[in-house]
Ligand binder design. Sequence first.
Ligand code: B3K
Ligand code: ZN
Length: 874
Amino acid sequence: EQTIYLKDYAVSPYRIVSADLDFKITEADTRVRAQLTIEPNPGTAAGTPLVLDGDELALGSVAIDGAPLVQSAYAADATSLTIVEPPLRRFVLETEVTIKPAGNTKLMGLYRSGGTWCTQCEAEGFRRITYYLDRPDNLAVFKVRITAPQAVAPVLLSNGNLIEQGDAGDGMHFAVWEDPFPKPSYLFALVAGDLGSITDSFTTASGRKVDLAIYCTHGKEDQCLWAMDSLKRSMAWDERRFGREYDLDIFNIVAVSDFNFGAMENKGLNIFNDKLVFAQPETATDADYDGIERVIAHEYFHNWTGNRITCRDWFQLCLKEGLTVYRDQEFTSDERSRPVKRISDVVTLRAAQFPEDGGPLAHPARPSQYDEINNFYTATVYNKGAEIVRMLATLLGEAGFRKGMDLYFERHDGEATTIEAFLAVFAEANDVDLEQFKTWYLQAGTPRLSVSDSYDAASQTYTLNLKQETQPTPGQPEKSALVLPIKFALIGPNGSEMSWTGVTGGDVRQDMIVLDAASATITFSGVPSKPVPSLLREFSAPVSMDSALSQADQLFLAQHDSDPFNRWQALQDVGMGLAVAAIDGTPWSDASVKALSQAMAETLASDTLDDAFKALALSLPAEAQISRTIGKEIDPDRVHKVRKELLKAVFAPLALEMLNAYLALSSEAPYAPDAASTGRRSLRNRLLALMVASDCAGAVGLAAQQYAGARNMTDRLAALSASTLAWTPDAAKLLGDFHANFAANDPLVLDKWLAVTASVPEDGVIERIQAVLADPGFPKTNPNRLRSLMGSFTLNNPTQFARADGAGFRFVADFVAEVDKINPQVAARVLTGFRIWPMLDQSRRDAAKVALGGLQTKGSLSRNTADILARMLA
Ligand code: B3K
Ligand code: ZN
């Protein structure tokens, strides 16, 4: 395998300044003629070959400035086209290739989804369309002519503005699109198909009218309204919050059914996985509505952070992704509830990024090497990347952060740039040194923050000892201290925040400690009584913190902390403490469980906390989260069992309160996706799940009743999964009913059935999944179906995936080998589920090793899968 290193980055000897592409699409194949205007870059010596990237292209002809090249003047192999001695001046290279979109099951480049031709080019898909300098630092102006059969493809779209269209004879028609903004090839897009659409418009702050359209399969138009609404709110928000206006006269979105990830920010023509566009109350859940709003916003925000300013090379991926995730998080926070959004994001970070950072696939937010770039679209690059930007905003303050962003847009618009350039604008605009801060981008691993404290009544001084440590990760044995912004308060006995008169031993800026050394001892003077520290408020740094607080102090914070995040965290900490101790062999005492139960009851009864917050608070840490806290020799069955017992012990005593609250939350109002209605449903459904899981009398019937009477998918699916996760006597029947009456005719609802089916923590689940896969009608080429089934199994079903007999591991390894031949990106992604294996107990580790070893001997694995496998076994 060929490893690419950041240190080897070099400017290309040539650059493509404009690309004229001519697509002739027919049912059989697609012919692509490219006229590339190319110039040598300064310093290029005569005779330097021009090497263009290519992948699975059938080359027809090559010409320069209109003259066909003789055989000896160029060479084509499986990955490139080399022009041996190009002219040392501006010239036009003309190539003609043929590609076969219908057989393209990798879904990279130009492929067919249903009847629609569509593209996905990031990261390296454009080279599967034509020979090109397929690297993000080559910005070119694109003009695209598409000719296609009028009957099957009445809609022809590409980036930018439509400048011409007409009849092309023989049942064909054509359209010509021109994008005035120079862009890298990964932002190229083309769509040709028979699509319906909805249209709208948005007038920018400076008064320009932008035509908006969302294209989709005929008949789904009315399911696109929420996406359109989200788009308009995103456009307005970026103007308000960051002063960024949209820049073209058209913004198009196309929804397709076969897509490797969520969506793609192609300039002026975003292409979406249809599950992130379609929503109607009967088929989409609140979580789906949230996801649509978030991803529509995310892709739109890329227009400035990603497209207008792009990445110099793929090592800089988090330059656009971390920043854009931060921006979409802020959008949701402003549109909905900031604390609820923060808690959800931290739950996601801990579930998806922490295990990555603490396992065999750990890598820095800005990696310095890769074998396969598609394996680096990770939670580390996206979510930790966003946390890093968030810390920057925390350290600099909102105004300082905005100053830096303004300078970033002003200085780098139209460029392909780097993390260094990004940090430089913040340093310069705020006159601060960010050298050490940069380590966040370079160093993998989640720092562990340990805290101890003491109070001296005589001198009225309070001392905090802080220590940070990061464990070695693959390729990085030594770790250095990071800059940790630790938002905090000292809470006095009456529950309000205490002040102090002096501080020594640390960098304390009002409500924030900045820890930049391995440890610090900070002493606060003038503290009249012993405080309870509320540390890492708002989760101000992506670290894992050992709570040194007693259960009583944690419960005190759960009741009094004015930071909602830490109120939520305190309850989580109590549950975690009890679960971990019990798994380690120290059962909880009645008193300690009672205290947690009581705190949960108070949370439920509170009339100041909102429903969405309560729904999040009334929970115990997930099994995976508990396992990660224990960290080694994990027996997932034991974790499952203990957590279930704890859940019962804490919540069963609240049966009556939960039932009353559940009943009081019922609503006859028609479905609406706003924050308040969503919060109401999430609390009600949370209570249902808790009642079922803690065996409250009548709960099983209540779930069946809610399932049958539900008037929206949120409530129906919640009732179904409450039943299947606890595997109630009704569960199998409900699962069958859901398939027959809801899932069978709607692929996106089928995905929900697949996910629920694969998450059942009971023996027999593997056989059931195998039966689904063996059904000849099951589409093994569709990423959504495969991920719903197998992603859920590996990530949401720890007891069955990590079965002690190894059956789960073997099953997944076999699946990966098979799907790798169809779609390597999906296969590699499913394989990453194995990353927990080093943490498991001996017998399970052995079983995982055997399964992974077996996969390795299969040979002829894709680069995607081989790369993950090699790192997994290193
Ligand atoms: N930029 C795309 C992701 C492309 C993934 C390529 N393997 C979507 C996004 O992050 O907005
Ligand atoms: Zn993105």
